[in-house]
Design a protein around this ligand. Structure first.
Ligand SMILES: NC(=O)c1ccc[n+]([C@@H]2O[C@H](COP(=O)([O-])OP(=O)(O)OC[C@H]3O[C@@H](n4cnc5c(N)ncnc54)[C@H](OP(=O)(O)O)[C@@H]3O)[C@@H](O)[C@H]2O)c1
Length: 268
């Protein structure tokens, strides 16, 4: 304590500290940074602030800085998704999911997504997901085998964790990549690394945006790539829930209850 939750946000600059030269009062900025986002005003390290292009609204920015920059590094750096790539995205209708489906589709990939309901499947499809799997009712490994004609995926993006591991590994072709970037259902427990050999000399990584944007130049490059694809209209930021900041508890209950889709924002 004191503890203020929230890692991303957008707003205008009302004051700058000594030595800050590239950001001035009145600039529109957005960020992913240390906790403190659930607030009407906050202090922000200047090297974490990114100026917003005119075409990007505060709502879009607040709904995409963490999730959209995460998608950028996941599909452009962790594994280079391109025309011909086949990928599996778990929770395809979530905040990260809907952005990744659109962006990977725009790059020419075949996108397979798992979702928790028929409504979410519809939404994922509208956002570029070619094939959806209802992983609460269907065996997602069997479905991936069927969809790919046995070839499996080049890469699996898994932020579900406990309940989708190790089955996710069975969806990956030999020498493919397992990207574990979250643990919505709980963390993956310690496992014998030999399983990667048994499943086909797989690569596995557990990345986080913090490392990929630790250097200012990487942060700026990642943000620019995101701003460009959103400005081009190829990726739309689905802000599907807007809450008053005072209703943050409701927002959290709905997130935990898997009731939300796309991005959620809180407005002071
Ligand atoms: N490593 C990084 O750099 C990084 C950066 C940003 C986010 N993340 C991670 O990415 C994940 C997705 O973030 P997001 O913003 O897209 O979240 P989100 O919109 O809340 O999506 C999470 C989805 O996970 C699914 N899910 C499956 N099992 C669940 C469970 N037991 N409890 C709750 N949800 C469950 C639900 O979709 P269904 O109903 O369709 O199953 C839920 O909607 C999170 O784990 C987050 O921590 C990682």
């Amino acid at each position: 304590m004191p503890f203020v939750v929230g890692n991303e946000g957008a707003g205008d600059v009302t004051a700058v500290g000594p030595g800050v030269t590239d950001i001035k009062v009145g600039d529109r900025v957005a960020y992913v940074a240390a906790l403190g986002g659930y607030s009407a005003e906050r202090l922000l390290p200047a090297d974490r602030a990114v100026k917003l292009p005119e075409k990007i609204s505060y709502e879009q920015a607040a709904g995409m800085m963490l999730k959209g920059m995460t998608v950028q590094y996941l599909i452009r750096r962790t594994f280079k998704v391109e025309k011909g790539t086949t990928l599996l995205m778990h929770a395809a209708a979530g905040g990260v999911g809907l952005i990744l489906c659109q962006w990977a589709n725009a790059l020419g990939a075949t996108v397979i997504g798992t979702v928790g309901s028929k409504e979410k499947a519809e939404l994922a499809k509208k956002n570029g997901c070619h094939h959806t799997i209802l992983y609460r009712d269907e065996d997602f490994v069997a479905k991936v085998k069927e969809i790919t004609g046995g070839k499996l995926c080049d890469v699996v993006y898994d932020a579900i964790g406990k309940t989708t591991f190790p089955a996710s590994l069975d969806c990956i072709r030999p020498l493919g990549m397992f990207v574990s970037f979250g643990a919505a259902s709980g963390p993956i427990e310690a496992f014998n690394i030999g399983i990667l050999q048994q499943k086909g000399s797989l690569f596995a990584t557990r990345p986080t945006l913090n490392t990929y944007t630790a250097k200012r130049e990487d942060l700026m490059m990642t943000a620019k790539d995101l701003f460009d694809i959103v400005a081009s209209g190829k990726v739309k930021i689905p802000v599907n829930q807007t809450y008053a900041l005072k209703d943050a508890v409701k927002a959290h209950r709905e997130l935990e209850g898997r009731e939300t889709t796309g991005s959620s924002i809180l407005v002071p």
